[in-house]
Design a protein around this ligand. Sequence first.
Ligand SMILES: *[C@@H]1O[C@H](CO)[C@@H](O)[C@H](O)[C@H]1NC(C)=O
Ligand SMILES: *[C@@H]1O[C@H](CO)[C@@H](O)[C@H](O)[C@H]1NC(C)=O
Ligand SMILES: *[C@@H]1O[C@H](CO)[C@@H](O)[C@H](O)[C@H]1NC(C)=O
Ligand SMILES: *[C@@H]1O[C@H](CO)[C@@H](O)[C@H](O)[C@H]1NC(C)=O
Ligand SMILES: *[C@@H]1O[C@H](CO)[C@@H](O)[C@H](O)[C@H]1NC(C)=O
Ligand SMILES: *[C@@H]1O[C@H](CO)[C@@H](O)[C@H](O)[C@H]1NC(C)=O
Length: 254
Amino acid sequence: MTHQLQLCLLFFIFTSLTHAKSVIEPCNTSDSCPSLLSYLLPYDSKLSEIAYRFQVNVSDILAANSIDPVAVPSLTNQILPARSLVKVPISCPCVDGIRRSVSTAYTVQAADTVNSISDGFGGLVSGEQVRSFNGINATNPLTSGESLAILLPCTCFNNSNDGVAAVYLSYVVRRGESLGGIGQTFGTTVAELEAVNGLGQPGVDPGDILAVPIPACSSANLNWYNESLIVPNGSYALTAANCIKCTCGPTDLK
Ligand SMILES: *[C@@H]1O[C@H](CO)[C@@H](O)[C@H](O)[C@H]1NC(C)=O
Ligand SMILES: *[C@@H]1O[C@H](CO)[C@@H](O)[C@H](O)[C@H]1NC(C)=O
Ligand SMILES: *[C@@H]1O[C@H](CO)[C@@H](O)[C@H](O)[C@H]1NC(C)=O
Ligand SMILES: *[C@@H]1O[C@H](CO)[C@@H](O)[C@H](O)[C@H]1NC(C)=O
Ligand SMILES: *[C@@H]1O[C@H](CO)[C@@H](O)[C@H](O)[C@H]1NC(C)=O
Ligand SMILES: *[C@@H]1O[C@H](CO)[C@@H](O)[C@H](O)[C@H]1NC(C)=O
């Protein structure tokens, strides 16, 4: 093997380790769409803490996960165990020509590193992204109490997938996971995940972020023609007064 080739291989291995893949959706409009984050709890967390971290309402988290607020009183302070998977609804805008969310702020704690911040967000943002987006370096280190902008991955793809209404969920691949297994979890196929994410080969690596299409109910499915609705399967929509407006389940999707 020539030196050049060795270097080339090393470079490839290095970059593939440090640069997790994630799909980039170019955009040029000012509209936002509903999207979901798949958040793997890094530690036991109250729903109120999750809501605070992502700056969304607890009721919206309940809705995205189809948790009946009436069935479980005082849910806000309920503790969910570490490793639970919680869907967090976020609005997906177009920022500098790319779909991504930048409106979540994080206040740096005393012992934080960029990597501990990344872990706190379940890998949805990388340590490197925290560093570069906030201009953190040796002369501008993390300072306790400072507020950081957290980049969160999201995609819209016109809220459709092959002509069917869909909401896209950003999913962080875990060690040992395959496209097939992830597809099974979310009711989609390897081919669909490859197509949506533009994957040349079916391999995914831990830390990669996939856009997973979740079929959704539209106004037409729900016979709700007086406003435009898009409600992902396995969730419900709320009225302005936080009442359940309509639910989307397998029987509504047709
Ligand atoms: C805006 O973006 C859409 C989707 O990426 C693309 O199809 C369209 O051509 C773009 N329009 C302009 C004016 O760049
Ligand atoms: C949270 O709910 C309040 C009142 O229901 C509403 O005014 C606010 O916009 C909501 N915030 C988000 C991020 O949805
Ligand atoms: C560190 O980042 C700041 C802005 O955040 C920049 O002004 C400065 O030049 C950077 N310093 C180095 C050594 O890169
Ligand atoms: C987006 O979806 C709407 C309706 O769902 C459709 O009319 C429109 O052509 C789509 N636009 C693109 C760029 O796919
Ligand atoms: C919209 O339509 C739904 C279902 O047909 C109905 O329940 C709701 O009251 C209507 N809302 C308004 C503001 O007219
Ligand atoms: C919709 O979600 C239910 C669980 O809430 C699941 O059993 C079903 O397979 C999903 N349907 C599709 C088409 O993804």
